[in-house]
Design a protein around this ligand. Structure first.
Ligand code: MEV
Length: 434
């Protein structure tokens, strides 16, 4: 069994790799080579990536693709997508083309508020806590003046702080619930810095408050942290056209639209389907979120909580046919940044922003929502017509061929051979005479 290591983070990169090779790969040099193959030859660029996290030993490549022809609010975009799943970029491109011919995507921001909480314990009379908070509130706001200065100049900052009595959820549980506008920053660092200062001021002043002293019961800060649940940071994207315009692949528009709406209704009604339906939406969303250097874990957590906001997990998209008009839309919470974090550091993220014509955070929210809606449209379009596997396996063909080490010539032949045939691992094996 491998021994635990102490001071691993203090070792040099080469020492770390050697330790891994000795401990887990019987000192095999091919493991070391695998890591080093993915090092960048530009030492400065490699150092930049090394510095993103602790204990970097290599880089992990994911494909950076582009889905062009997205007509959004009258402008045409090529959307950058970072994802490993074979069919996602192709599906986005197909949906973009389909809607380009039918009026494109329309989007709008519903709201851009983020929140964070100082979570408190208090087991005394709640009226004392309320009086203390009301007296202290101007001080709390003042205490973050320095932290807030830059954000305020950009038109953002703390909007309000409220005391919430959450004892119906948990005995002795109160919150300082803070609302923020963070403009083009995702705002996590800003919000957390504000919250920690508010918590400090709150706790220090509480020690001096007479009513708490008399009762000998003081409020105590448990923790201070932003919330990744952002139902007030909401964007809407939709597509709309007359039902007859939806005729495609030999299916008439009415039949297609009715089956499509039914598929959405099933995702609204049935959690097992809703999770897969929403996973398909996140294929598009995460890919753009990653390409633009944003925090996809935060987005995922917030989006799924939103999908369950009524207490039942349901579809993030909705569809209807009214007076012969088909409408398909998504409303989704997205806390994204176009400044700060990796946005100005990672060269490919900078490229992604340039490609998108340097959007601000509100514009990025709209582009990302479109990527999710388009992805869901493409998935449902396949599901209610040809089935998903035809397109999926076609795109997966290259991975199967690569897994059998097929030559470039064999790959070329395979692509034309499988044009009108079903792709499967066995069929590809037969094709390669393996
Ligand atoms: C696969 O990554 C995503 C789908 O399963 C989504 C869906 O079923 O709607 C195709």
């Amino acid at each position: 069994m491998t021994k635990a290591v102490s001071g691993f983070s203090k070792k040099t990169k080469d020492e770390k790799i050697q330790w891994l090779a000795d401990s887990y790969f019987a000192s095999n040099s091919s493991a070391v080579n695998t890591l080093k193959t993915y090092w960048n030859s530009d030492a400065k660029l490699q150092q930049l990536h090394d510095d993103f996290i602790e204990n970097t030993v290599s880089n992990f490549y994911l494909p950076f693709g582009v889905a062009p022809n997205f007509l959004i609010n009258g402008n045409i975009y090529a959307i950058p997508m970072v994802i490993e799943e074979s069919s996602v970029v192709a599906a986005a491109g197909n949906a973009a083309k389909f809607w380009m011919e039918r009026g494109g995507f329309k989007t709008r921001i519903i709201s851009t508020i983020k929140t964070g909480q100082v979570h408190l314990n208090y087991f005394g009379e709640s009226c004392y806590l309320t009086s203390f908070f009301n007296e202290l509130k101007p001080n709390l706001l003042q205490s973050i003046a320095t932290i807030e200065a830059g954000m305020k100049k950009r038109g953002g900052g703390l909007i309000d702080v409220e005391l919430l009595d959450s004892t119906n959820k948990l005995e002795g549980y109160f919150q300082l619930h803070c609302t923020f506008e963070t403009k083009d920053a995702m705002g996590a660092n800003f919000i957390n810095s504000c919250l920690e200062q508010i918590a400090k001021t709150f706790e220090a002043e509480a020690q001096k408050y007479e009513a708490f002293e008399v009762e000998n019961t003081f409020p105590e800060v448990v923790m201070s942290i932003l919330s990744n649940y952002v139902p007030e940071c909401l964007v809407r994207a939709e597509v709309q056209c007359e039902v007859h315009q939806l005729s495609n692949n030999g299916v008439d528009g009415k039949t297609f639209a009715e089956k499509f709406v039914r598929a959405v209704q099933i995702a609204e009604a049935e959690t097992r389907r809703a999770v897969t339906h929403n996973k398909g939406i996140m294929n598009g969303i995460d890919a753009v979120v990653i390409a633009t250097g944003n925090d996809f874990r935060a987005v995922e957590a917030g989006v799924h909580a939103f999908a369950a906001k009524t207490g039942k997990y349901t579809s993030l998209t909705h569809a209807k046919i009214e007076d012969g008009v088909f409408t398909f839309w998504i409303e989704i919470p997205l806390a994204l940044g176009t400044v700060g974090g990796l946005t100005n550091l990672h060269p490919l993220v900078r490229f992604a922003f340039d490609l998108l014509q340097r959007p601000n955070a509100k514009e990025l929210m709209q582009l990302v929502a479109v990527a999710g809606l388009a992805q869901n449209f493409a998935a449902l379009r396949s599901l209610v017509t040809t089935g998903i596997q035809k397109g999926h396996m076609k795109m997966h063909l290259m991975n199967i061929l690569n897994s059998f080490n097929a030559s470039e010539k064999q790959k070329q032949h395979a692509v034309s051979f499988f044009k009108d045939k079903t792709v499967s691992v066995t069929a590809v094996k037969d094709f390669l005479n393996l």
